[in-house]
Design a protein around this ligand. Structure first.
Ligand SMILES: *Cc1c(COP(=O)(O)O)cnc(C)c1O
Length: 360
């Protein structure tokens, strides 16, 4: 079977060049007569892979020197707890912005540790908008402000940066990191599970400003302490070595593709043509306000939901897979991360138009 265009929200497609390289190196990595999965994380070979991955990521995101980069496990979900544990620093309250399903999960976990001030919520529009910054009720005493720049399920994305002054800004970038350049210096913490736009599941990247670490709530599990992890080079215990290695290959691939500026141009073009196809037809709909539409996750519905099953079946027969929407939303969702080639989006659009024509 040939490779399909896989629109999964995560674990998602990886670049084919990366998979081929990993395949080539599988049985005999670097002349070791072993795969990289079978060598010590403390050996000098793996250490050099780990360090190279970090330095390539630093270059891609232009991460300032006063930020630590951690390669952890536990997913973005574990960060929902690690963020308050590390960032409260003696304070009792934190600001959260509620833009959908992932924000809500972050909020309920934070409530285990502190008072959550929901500074803004898009609940009233069923999470099809992003509340205007003017309406945010930020608390100057908050330990930090947490938001979700891209809501993977609802398909809403911030195309602007909240300015929170001296209160550290914390971002769950799981489904948008590396899709475009960002100014890391504006953030206190950025975290992301790998399986959307970085690499395989099992790895979580945390980028944290150095002065924010070292003052955790007590008692703090050792592995939850950013400072412990930073001092141990993320090797306080055995890290997700294979995922780390693949992430490193993805970072190299991104550099070859022109870095994040190049990626942003392609991502914007891919998203705009898909939204244009949806908007130009009454057969398909996207519920999100135009200025907050995600470049990465494009949910859409068919005017007649009785056709959903047929749409999904025919799409899969045409090599366009995993288009079923999240169970909480229904309809369809096309996740078009960095690794989704523009040709895949073109093929999806052509299929959608053909499907509509046949039904008319
Ligand atoms: C997928 C996702 C998560 C959950 O990630 P896990 O790695 O499964 O814990 C959290 N936040 C966002 C925005 C996501 O897209």
């Amino acid at each position: 079977m040939s490779r399909v265009y896989n629109f999964s929200a995560g674990p998602a497609m990886l670049p084919e060049d990366v998979l081929k390289k990993a395949q080539q190196e599988m049985l005999d990595w670097n002349g070791k007569g072993a795969s990289i999965m079978e060598v010590s994380h403390r050996g000098k070979e793996f250490m050099s892979v780990a360090e190279q991955a970090e330095s390539d990521l630093r270059e891609l995101l232009a991460i300032p020197a006063n930020y630590r980069v951690l390669f952890l496990q536990g997913g973005a979900t574990m960060q929902f707890a690690m963020v308050p544990v590390n960032l409260l620093r003696g304070k009792k309250t934190a600001d959260y912005i509620n833009t959908g399903a992932w924000s809500k999960k972050a909020i309920s976990e934070a409530k285990l540790y502190c008072d959550v001030n929901m500074a803004a919520t898009a609940e009233a529009t069923k999470f099809s908008t992003i509340p205007d910054f003017k309406s945010w009720q930020l608390n100057p005493e908050a330990a930090y402000v947490h938001y979700t720049p891209n809501e993977t399920i609802g398909g809403v994305e911030f195309h602007w940066l909240p300015e929170t002054g001296d209160v550290p800004l914390v971002a769950d970038m799981s489904s948008t990191i590396l899709s475009r350049p960002i100014d890391v210096s504006k953030y206190g913490v950025i975290y992301a599970g790998a399986q959307k736009n970085i690499g395989p599941a099992g790895l979580t990247i945390v980028i944290v400003r150095e002065d924010l670490i070292g003052n955790t709530v007590a008692p703090c599990p050792t592995l939850f302490d950013y400072k412990v992890q930073a001092e141990a080079g993320s090797m306080s215990n055995t890290p997700a070595t294979y995922s780390w290695y693949i992430a490193g290959l993805v970072f190299k691939w991104l550099k070859e593709k022109g870095g994040l500026k190049g990626m942003a141009e392609i991502n914007q073009r891919k998203a705009e043509k898909l939204y244009a196809a949806i908007d130009s037809s009454s057969f398909y709909q996207n519920p999100v306000e135009v200025k907050s539409r995600s470049w990465m996750n494009v949910p859409f519905t068919l005017a007649n939901p009785d056709l959903d099953a047929e749409f999904l079946k025919l799409a899969a027969e045409n090599g366009l897979t995993t288009l079923k929407g999240h169970r909480s939303v229904g309809g369809m969702r096309a996740s078009i991360y960095n690794a989704m080639p523009e040709k895949g989006v073109d093929a999806l659009i052509a299929f959608m138009q053909e499907f509509e024509r046949k039904q008319a």
